[in-house]
Write a protein that binds this ligand. Structure first.
Ligand code: SF4
Ligand code: SF4
Length: 366
C-alpha cells in the first residue's frame, strides 16, 4: 500500500481509503452484519487504514458493520471518519441534538473518539455558511471534549466555491467528488486546500460508475499500465499530489485487491502537470449525472436518476431513447409530469438543469 501524509498532521494514511457504503446488501438485509464486516477486515489486512462511513449508508447499517470490524482491531491501526449535518441532527439543531447524533455514531462504531467528523454534504456556499452558523460551535465543543480529533467538511461545490470554503481556515481537511470527468472544474479547490496544509479526500473517483461503464471512452487512462479502466481511474485520482486519500467502496475481497493494485508504485504529480498530460486526451465533462440519488423525492414520483442516466448517454454519444425504453424499461411520458417545483435541482450534487433535461426528454422521446 502507498501511504501519504494527511495535510500538515503527522498522520500517515493509505492512498486508498475504504468508503463504507458498498457492503453486500443481501447480507445487510438478511442481518448478517458480521459477514459484511469481513471485507473491512480484509481491507485493513491489505494496508488500508482509513475508513469513511456515515449515518444512513447501507440502510443505516454501515456504521454498525464498520464498528464490528473496528472492534477487532487495535485503535491505533486505523482512522475512522463519519459525518453529520443539519439533516441528521434532529430537533432544533441544539447542542444536545448534535451530541446525541455523535454519541450514536460513536456507540455504533465501538470507539471513544472519531479521527474525522465531517460537516456533511454542503451543496453551496450559502448552505455552508448556514451549517457553520448552526453547528460549527458544537463540533468545536466535541473536539475539546475529546470525542473528535479533526473537524472536516464534505462538499459537492465547484472549484471557486471550494476555494472560498477552504479560505475560512476552519477545517483540517475536506472530502469532495473528483474524477477523470470533472477534474478540470474542481482542481482549484484541491490546490487551495493543499496549500493550506489540509488533507484532501476524494469520493466518487469512478464518476458514479460512468467511467468503467464506458470503457472505450476512458481507455486512454490505462495507457502505459497493466490496469483496467476502473483501476486506472483510481490511479489517476490518487496520483494527484494534492489528494491524500481516494475512497473506494468494496463489496468483495476482490474489489479490495483491485483497488490496492491501482496504487502500486504510485508516482505523485502536481494537479497542473496532470492537467497538461491529459489535456488533449479523452473527455472531461462536469455535466453528467453520477447516480447519487440525492434527488429521489420527487412529488410527481419521477424516477429522476434513471432519466438523468439516459441523458448521460446522449452526452456520451449513445442512444438516449433506447436507454429509457430498453435499459430502464420506463415510460418517457413520465418525464412530462414534471411540475417544475425545483426540489430536485436544489438537491442535485452535480448542479444539473434537471427540469430542462426532462423537458427535452419529453419532447424528443415520447
Ligand atoms: S422539478 Fe420536476 S422532477 Fe424535479 S422534483 Fe419537481 S416535479 Fe420532480
Ligand atoms: S440528477 Fe443530480 S442528484 Fe440526481 S442522481 Fe443525478 S447527480 Fe445525483
Amino acid at each position: 500500500m502507498f501511504y501519504k501524509q494527511y495535510g500538515d498532521t503527522d498522520m500517515k494514511v493509505s492512498a486508498i481509503g475504504m468508503g463504507c457504503m458498498r457492503y453486500n446488501m443481501e447480507d445487510v438485509n438478511a442481518g448478517n452484519l458480521s459477514k459484511c464486516a469481513e471485507v473491512a477486515l480484509y481491507a485493513h489486512e491489505k494496508g488500508i487504514n482509513y475508513f469513511d462511513t456515515a449515518p444512513f449508508y447501507c440502510d443505516d447499517k454501515s456504521e454498525t458493520i464498520t464498528g464490528i470490524a473496528l472492534s477487532q482491531l487495535p485503535r491505533d491501526s486505523y482512522y475512522i471518519s463519519s459525518k453529520t449535518n443539519l439533516g441528521t441532527v434532529g430537533g432544533k439543531h441544539t447542542a444536545a441534538d448534535f451530541r446525541k447524533r455523535l454519541e450514536t455514531t460513536l456507540q455504533r462504531l465501538n470507539v471513544e473518539y472519531l479521527d474525522f467528523y465531517h460537516l456533511w454534504c454542503v451543496l453551496s456556499l450559502e448552505s455552508f455558511e448556514e451549517s457553520l452558523d448552526a453547528l460549527y460551535g458544537f463540533f468545536e465543543q466535541a473536539k475539546a471534549d475529546g470525542l473528535i480529533r479533526n473537524i472536516v467538511f464534505s462538499s459537492h461545490m465547484q472549484g471557486d466555491e471550494l476555494e472560498a470554503a477552504v479560505n475560512r481556515n476552519l477545517f483540517k481537511g475536506m472530502l469532495i467528488g473528483y474524477n477523470a470527468l470533472n477534474y478540470r472544474f474542481r482542481q482549484k479547490g484541491i490546490e487551495a486546500a493543499h496549500k493550506k496544509g489540509m488533507g484532501v479526500v476524494v469520493m466518487n473517483p469512478l464518476g458514479g460508475g460512468l467511467i468503467p461503464g464506458n470503457p472505450d471512452v476512458f481507455r486512454y487512462l490505462t495507457e502505459g499500465t497493466d490496469l483496467n479502466v476502473a483501476q486506472a481511474a483510481l490511479r489517476f485520482v490518487a496520483s494527484h499530489k494534492e489528494i491524500t486519500i481516494t475512497l473506494n467502496g468494496f463489496t468483495t475481497n476482490q474489489h479490495v485487491d483491485e483497488a490496492c493494485k491501482s496504487v502500486e508504485n504510485l508516482i505523485e504529480k502536481p494537479a497542473k502537470e496532470l492537467l497538461m498530460e491529459y489535456e488533449n486526451k479523452g473527455i472531461a465533462l462536469n455535466n453528467l449525472c453520477t447516480g447519487c440519488a440525492y434527488c429521489k423525492n420527487c412529488p410527481q414520483d419521477i424516477d429522476i436518476p434513471k432519466f438523468m442516466d439516459a441523458y448521460n448517454q446522449k452526452i456520451l454519444g449513445n442512444d438516449m431513447k433506447s436507454r429509457i425504453k430498453h435499459h430502464w424499461n420506463i415510460s418517457a411520458n413520465k418525464a412530462a409530469d414534471c411540475i417544475k417545483c425545483g426540489n430536485c435541482e436544489a438537491q442535485c450534487t452535480q448542479h444539473l438543469p434537471i427540469i430542462d433535461r426532462l423537458e427535452e426528454i419529453a419532447a424528443t422521446c415520447i
